[in-house]
Design a protein around this ligand. Structure first.
Ligand code: NZQ
Ligand code: ZN
Length: 384
């Protein structure tokens, strides 16, 4: 096992009715800004619950944060917070609202152009405190330090991380997710699944506990995901899906083990250039990444095949092929297509993506840092 530091201070309020308890988590005198997305919280009752919980408090609102949140929109919230001297933010929505709020929180005290936080890795030295009410299980943003923001003007989608943007608390009430359309439930399953794979499907690192934690999350997603799709009001299935998605990317399973993230880095470009949902890009890229990097992932592919999919028959090559095929089939079975052509994206996107990586100063990807532009080309070609 590699050395690691594990730190995760996010307080989780899990379960039915937990929104009612948020007032106690926010300083009594705080000027609060509620941030939200395109309006789903107004139709599913979440907004009303939040407003009721904060009755009598000093509350401002900022709506309209898009999926794959736009820098241009978020900067308007930064302006509002500075103008009104707001000192606590409450993000209410999916990963985009939470990610967008992390950026807002870091941008408010930032001196200079806040885009530098993403484009130049400018250090975050302070952030406005915030909490989250999560309505879409997928990203893990509710319990991690990551944020992905899109600059609409240039169609760039970049990320930053900082321990200063851990939420102070996150409410996970599975009932708030009942109103999700099937596409977003499916996206959440695939995103969480891929988060686990990015941290697990690398090479053996003598970390059997992390391996088994990862395998447990994968198996839970395989069991509970389809149940949730079939019966959206099944509380237990939904609760298990929500908690799986959070644990998939809160730092726990990735502590002390090598990590890949090739699929995500390529996926962000597909979203930025072609507007695919985040999870759609992952469903396209992950099976190809596993195929192209199979030699270096061989032992873990065998282990994954056996422990997650029960594959014990056949020679090693057959088992590896089947493990990858099962992954693709699972994504398709929960309703997320796995080919670029399913989304009308042609191979002419490949040189554009590689050019972008190179202009940013290509840093080799993957657990061995051996995914170079040529590998990216192979992966995307196989994703056609
Ligand atoms: O905007 P509203 O009206 O709220 O509608 C949203 C949006 O249209 C809707 N929705 C959310 N909760 C709902 C609901 N509709 C009905 N009922 C509910 N309860 O769902 C749509 C998608 O929402 P979004 O927040 O964009 O989805 P998701 O949670 O999948 O977030 C995706 C973003 O997170 C980033 C992605 O790149 C993408 O920008 N990620 C963040 C990560 C992190 N912070 O660690 C890691 C991930 O790998 C990912 O990159
Ligand atoms: Zn993801």
């Amino acid at each position: 096992m590699e050395n690691f530091v594990f730190y995760n201070p996010v307080k989780i309020l899990f379960g039915k009715g937990q929104i009612a308890n948020i007032a106690a988590e926010i300083p009594a005198e705080a000027k609060i800004l509620i941030t939200y997305g395109g309006g789903s919280i107004k139709t599913n009752g979440v907004y009303d619950q939040v407003k009721a919980a904060l009755a009598g408090r000093n509350v401002f609102e900022f709506g309209g944060i898009e999926p794959n949140p736009h820098l241009e929109t978020l900067l308007k919230a930064v302006e509002l917070i500075r103008k009104e001297s707001i000192d606590f933010i409450l993000a209410v929505g999916g990963g985009s609202v939470v990610d967008g709020t992390k950026f807002i929180a870091a941008a408010v005290p930032f001196k200079g152009d806040p885009w530098d936080i993403l484009a130049k890795g400018a250090p975050v030295t302070a952030a406005v405190p915030f909490g989250a009410v999560l309505t879409l299980p997928a990203t893990g943003s509710e319990m991690n330090t990551g944020s992905v923001v899109t600059k609409w003007e240039t169609q760039e989608k970049l990320f930053f991380t900082s321990p200063l943007v851990f939420p102070r608390f996150s409410v996970l009430d599975p009932e708030t997710t009942y109103s999700l359309p099937p596409r977003q439930i499916s996206n959440g399953i695939v995103d969480a699944y891929t988060h686990v794979m990015e941290q697990y499907l690398t090479y053996p690192a003598n970390a059997p506990l992390q391996d088994r934690l990862a395998e447990s999350i994968l198996k839970t997603l395989i069991e509970e995901g389809p149940k949730t799709l079939a019966n959206p009001q099944d509380y237990d299935a939904r609760a298990n899906l929500v908690w799986s998605a959070t644990l998939a990317l809160n730092g726990l399973i990735g502590a002390g083990v090598p990590q890949d993230w090739t699929t995500h880095m390529i996926g962000h470009e597909l979203t930025a250039l072609h507007g695919l949902d985040h999870a759609q890009t992952l469903a396209v890229v992950l099976p190809s990444t596993l195929s192209i990097k199979r030699d270096r992932k061989w032992q873990k592919l065998l282990q994954y095949g056996e422990r997650v999919w029960g594959i014990v028959e056949g020679d090693e090559e057959e088992r590896v092929n089947l493990a990858i095929a099962k992954t693709r089939n699972f994504f398709e079975s929960v309703g997320v297509r796995t080919r670029l052509s399913d989304y009308g994206v042609g191979l002419d996107t490949i040189p554009v993506i590689i050019d972008r990586f190179e202009k940013r100063g290509f840093v080799a990807l993957g657990e061995h840092k051996d995914v170079n532009p040529q590998t990216v080309e192979q992966i995307l070609t196989l994703s056609a």
